[in-house]
Design a protein around this ligand. Structure first.
Ligand SMILES: [Cu+2]
Length: 468
């Protein structure tokens, strides 16, 4: 592989260096990337002098790609660590389900489509799809009377990003919801900022638990033997559009096309709710344009970003899991306490979610009314309910422990300002040992999906909870 291709792969993370041994024309053998030859701890050296995996067979320094004879899928691990290089992002539009396929019994999309008609795709064929376009952002977050975290970090939905950055909506961890049996489709980009030109470039990803997902695309792993599932800030490493693109257009004019190759996938309008994923079918280096495989559905203004720094994830919550914690997995030690956490709250089938003040339907939020005729907990919570998502979060640099990044009741006002009086939730052992924080919660059907996590202090909720 040439230096130029290596540089492209590192920057672009777009391809695998596979090849074909066609010395027997009747029986071509497909070969994976050349095995790493440097001597590094934890890299095995056990297959005929190669750093291979048990069962590997080599042609030169490349392992044969092995396939499951029953379903045709590549055997794990298809990908191997290449020291100092970034693994490729997933194929097929950076799909969150590269191994299983996105849906069972999918229709054939091209002449060769290994996912078509497969019974074990991640989501059932007709499961309702809920799409969430997310960005990790960085902003000052007031966490206590003692101060503000100047570099708070949270996940936001793209359609709320401008309001959160402008202070019109509170900066808080992100709770999203899906009903049992829904299919959750996520896109993620990052706008985290580099501390300085010599600092590490920030990256983000997203790691969920409990739900069904394909570990090769939706685990948030970046461990060398799977696809890269983390992304760099698109505003640093991807180009901007130099002309507007209208609905129906299929050519983009860009600041630079040097990082792209024909056949890779590009996100158009990165960080916006209208982001669209397309395959590049042609590149004109002189005109700095790329041609897309299918026309755009949305209009995109000049100045928007278009590039490869996005991932998709796909989750299938098939049973009543209540609230499921998820988090960034690139720099958890430093990031979680600052807000790089979220929840997927799994609701009964047929539920709709509403803003408690306006009744308008919403797709996210800490404080939400769930309208449903199916029981959340049979005999206990049998109808609609109001719900407040809670995270106990340790390791905030300003004040250590917080509840939803807030370490005193007054800072909850923007979230709870419309709650009628009646109930009190008391949080004991708050930010300072022995301190007692009272947060005035009220509502007769308040459900508290509560994530107790890595907090150095015990947190207890006291309240007179009634049910219908
Ligand atoms: Cu975890």
């Amino acid at each position: 592989m040439s230096v130029e291709v290596l540089a492209i792969e590192e920057a672009n993370s777009s391809d695998i260096d596979w090849s074909v041994d066609a010395s027997d024309a009747d029986a071509p053998v497909y070969l994976g990337e050349p095995e790493e030859t440097e001597n590094w701890p934890d890299l095995p050296d056990e297959v005929n002098g190669h750093r291979g995996q048990p069962g590997d067979e080599f042609v030169g320094n490349r392992p044969k790609i092995l396939f499951n004879p029953v379903d045709g899928r590549p055997a794990y691990p298809l990908l191997r660590p290449n020291i100092g290089q970034r693994p490729p992002l997933t194929p097929n539009g950076h799909t969150g389900s590269p191994f299983l396929g996105e849906n069972a019994m999918a229709a054939k999309k091209s002449a060769v489509d290994p996912y078509a008609g497969s019974e074990d795709g991640l989501c059932p064929q007709n499961s309702p799809l809920r799409t969430f376009n997310m960005t990790t952002i960085q902003l000052p977050i007031r966490v206590s009377a003692q101060g503000t975290d100047p570099t708070g970090k949270i996940f936001v939905l793209n359609h709320d990003k401008a309001d959160v950055l402008a202070g019109r909506k509170p900066a808080q961890p992100l709770a999203i919801r899906a009903n049992i049996g829904d299919c959750v489709a996520i896109t993620l980009v990052t706008e985290l900022e580099q501390d300085g030109p010599a600092a590490h470039m920030p990256q983000s990803n997203l790691h969920i638990h409990h739900v069904q997902f394909d570990p090769q695309g939706s685990d948030g792993a970046s461990a060398g033997m799977v696809y890269d599932q983390s992304i760099r800030p698109y505003k640093i490493v991807d180009p901007r559009m130099t002309a507007a693109a209208d609905t129906g257009d299929s050519v983009l004019e860009l600041e630079s096309v040097s990082k792209f190759q024909v056949g890779v996938f590009i996100g158009v309008g990165l960080g916006t709710e209208q982001m669209e994923i397309r395959k590049i079918t042609a590149i004109d280096a002189d005109a700095k344009t790329v041609t897309l495989d299918t026309p755009l559905v949305h209009a995109h203004a000049s100045g928007q970003w278009a590039g490869t720094e996005f991932v998709q994830e796909r989750w299938y919550p098939d049973v009543d899991l209540d609230n499921v914690f998820w988090h960034d997995h690139v720099d958890g030690i430093h990031g979680w306490g600052k807000g790089m956490v979220g929840q997927l709250i799994v609701e009964p089938k047929g539920s709709t979610y509403h803003d408690p003040k306006t009744g308008a339907q919403v797709d996210s939020g800490t404080y939400v009314d769930t309208h449903t005729s199916n029981p959340l907990a049979p005999g206990l919570v049998t109808g609609s309910f109001r719900e407040l998502a809670l995270w106990t979060i340790g390791d905030n640099p300003v004040t250590d422990s917080t509840l939803n990044l807030r370490a005193e009741p007054g800072l909850w006002a923007p979230i709870l300002d419309e709650m009628p009086d009646g109930y009190v939730v008391t949080v004991i052992d708050g930010p300072v040992d022995g301190e007692r924080n009272e947060i005035p919660f009220t509502y007769s059907q308040l459900i508290l999906p509560f994530h107790q996590w890595h907090s150095y202090h015990g947190t207890h909720i006291v309240g007179d909870f009634e049910t219908w």
